[in-house]
Design a protein around this ligand. Structure first.
Ligand SMILES: *Cc1c(COP(=O)(O)O)cnc(C)c1O
Length: 421
């Protein structure tokens, strides 16, 4: 469900024609729908409430860290899951209350931990013993006991793309399952540390509820073991990872996911923290691009777009599929021919789709890449000295640029030449 539809033959974002935004902002740009963001957040939180869970949703900023997007969720009651000081600063700038911010990540620096402790955020998810020791020193020096969960690695296979699975024992994330109890004992003995819970996040774009259920059962066992040993485990942070349909996937509905939590962990009296990213923003965003050239190759036709892998990296990085559509609605009986949709960057990997069946599209036409709201703009770069792709937020019949396209002067001003040159 999203709010990008053809109306009178023209693709609209809510009530705004996409072509109108393109005329004002130029291409390429990301376009987000407020109504879709709100809907996804509401469906997710309602599913948790209907399962009777005492839950706090902490939006994983890394999926889409735009301050306007984060503020949209914050106003609905969302917290934030952050993985760097930069994201923590974004969450604060967006108005997320400090007592709803969780800090995750395998390599938090001393400076980052110090900043988080000083701000008094809800919880730090600690991923290793050295991190635990570093945090203990920082918090104890300030006379604070920092609430923490240990991120444990439940060693389950999320069954997703190898680059986005995180819960196997060979992954770099979390504390090995077999050592968890020992590290909890160590945490308890350290000054400046208050153990409040357990955290786990097994991967992203999961389209089956079963790996979640297995991980939650392992968490359940650990709760029992730790409570028997006198730990006051009162918060369970179950991470994010619920998938969305990009092509033909049929991920579980939030209600099925909520039921899996309820069935495995619902009777433990713990506050449940969830960190969805993709699920909340994925199909609330599109990337809008203009076709620069149609090139007839020897064996295939290339649509060369003005968007490239630096703007939307997922196809190059994960061979991800994004539905591509023209902004002008094609005739129902329009012929569909296989084309390769590529960007202008000097890499063969700068290919959005190979032999995709598309209706006739000519140079100058606007096209959109759907389901680009998660890990789209967030991963964009200026490779090939292409200006960072702008972002637009639509609400009803209005839109606003929420990240402007930098000028070439802005970009060049970031470099400096040493005085010996
Ligand atoms: C990436 C990440 C998330 C969000 O994952 P999604 O698949 O976008 O829901 C949540 N928690 C942690 C720790 C993460 O690394």
């Amino acid at each position: 469900m999203n709010h990008f539809d053809y109306v009178n033959g023209q693709l609209q974002a809510e009530q705004v024609p996409v072509a109108e935004i393109a005329a004002q902002v130029g291409t390429p740009f990301y376009c987000y729908s407020t109504a879709t963001l709100v809907r996804h957040y509401t469906v997710f939180t309602q599913a948790l409430a209907e399962a009777g869970l005492d839950a706090q949703v902490c939006f994983a900023l890394k999926a889409n860290p735009n301050v306007a997007v984060v503020r949209t969720f914050a106003q609905l009651g969302a917290g934030a899951d952050v993985v760097s000081e930069g994201e923590l600063r974004r969450a604060l700038a967006a108005g997320v209350p400090v007592d709803r911010i969780v800090f995750s990540g395998v390599g938090k620096t001393e400076a980052e931990l110090t900043f988080a402790v000083a701000k008094g955020i809800m919880q730090i998810n600690v991923e290793s013993e050295p991190e635990l020791e570093a945090l203990s020193k920082i918090a104890a020096a300030r006379g604070i006991r920092m609430p923490i969960a240990l991120r444990v690695n439940p060693d389950v296979d999320a069954g997703t793309h190898a680059k986005i699975t995180t819960g196997k024992k060979e992954n770099k994330f979390g504390i090995e399952w077999t050592r968890a109890h020992e590290v909890y004992n160590k945490a308890r003995a350290l000054p400046g540390i208050e153990v409040v819970g357990i955290a786990c996040h097994i991967g992203s774009q999961l389209t089956d509820v079963e790996p979640f259920r297995q991980a939650f059962l392992r968490v359940r066992d650990l709760v029992a073991m730790l409570r028997a040993d006198g730990f006051d485990i009162r918060r369970l942070d179950l991470g994010g990872g619920l998938g969305i349909p990009y092509e033909s996937e049929e991920p579980p509905h939030p209600a099925v996911y909520a039921k899996a939590i309820k069935d495995t962990l619902g009777d433990l009296g713990c506050k449940i923290v969830l960190e969805p990213g993709r699920l909340l923003v994925g199909n609330a965003g599109i990337l809008v691009s203009r076709v620069v050239y149609v090139k007839e190759g020897a064996t295939r036709t290339f649509l060369i777009a003005d968007a490239a892998m630096n703007d939307l990296m997922r196809p190059a990085l994960y061979e991800a599929h994004h539905t591509i559509e023209p902004v002008i609605e094609p005739a129902k009986d329009a012929p569909r021919l296989p084309v390769d949709v590529v960007g202008p960057v000097c890499e063969t990997g700068d290919t959005f789709a190979k032999q995709r069946s598309l209706p006739p599209i000519k140079a100058g036409d606007l096209i959109v890449f759907r389901t680009a709201g998660a890990y789209g703009a967030a991963m964009s770069s200026t490779y090939n000295t292409r200006p960072l792709v702008p972002e637009v937020l639509v609400k009803d019949d209005s839109f606003a640029v929420v990240r402007a396209r930098p000028s070439f002067d802005d970009m060049l001003a970031l470099d400096s030449v040493p005085d010996w040159l």
